[in-house]
Design a protein around this ligand. Sequence first.
Ligand code: CO8
Length: 256
Amino acid sequence: MTYETLKVVKKEGWAEVIISRPEVLNAINLKMVRELSQAMDELSLDDEVRGIVFHGEGDKAFVAGADISELVERKTVDALKAINAGLFQKIEDYPWPTIAAIKGYALGGGCELALAMDIRLGGRSAQMGQPEVNLGIIPGAGGPHRLSRLVGPGMARELIYTGKIIDAEECLRIGLLNHVHDDDRVVDEARAMMQTILKKSPMAVRVAKVALNAAVNTVDRRSQYVECLGQGMLFDSEDQRTRMTRFLERKKAKDS
Ligand code: CO8
């Protein structure tokens, strides 16, 4: 299967998914949401695949968030569809281990995408954060509950309220990244970790994932509904449109 916004490469016993819109720092558009969802369905049903390594095309970004040129047009009714949240839940529920290899930016929806994976490895250039408040919205696709779970509620609140972007060392310190490697090594390190996992008992690893998901998914599903409703409300605000337009205008100013 070929995709416009992704590359899916099958290896011996596992697969690599490369997020591929490098011209916009791999920002997630609707096409990518559909394609990634389809790829996850296919990989879930493929008995020859027992794990996925994800990374971004190019050196500048894993994923710099949802595509703001599309977001600016979205309304409450679109946000209530919670399509990103649904996709990230599908990734979290994928039955085999997932590893993100992160170089450069993993921001907003890109950070939430990485949070839905089992393990995050960073290159030294990794920069992660939830800058949604700059755009008049919140991380509505799992950020509040997955980030709180991973780095603790205090640090999650600081990151989400301030929208600050933190470097690889800080991500490592707070547990947002498991390990940091040189940029030119990080994808290979993720592949090597996948190889290590593949040598273990497949059923034991699969059952371990179920057990770990059960152990950490203690967050009530209601938190997801609150995120969705809150995001829906914010997508109808003047502030959201002004702030997103400001980002897009900055881009036009740069071009002229
Ligand atoms: N969306 C669209 N385009 C983007 C995005 C993005 N998120 N990020 C970068 N780009 C584009 C830039 O516009 C630019 O395009 P062009 O070359 O045509 O001008 C190109 O990528 C390169 O980016 P920059 O020139 O800006 O590169 P810099 O190195 O100067 O800056 C930054 C890099 C700091 C990452 C900067 O691009 C930036 O701030 N990007 C936006 C980051 C952000 O705010 N992400 C969060 C988005 S919101 C979100 O993800 C929540 C999802 C909610 C979903 C709700 C569904 C209804």
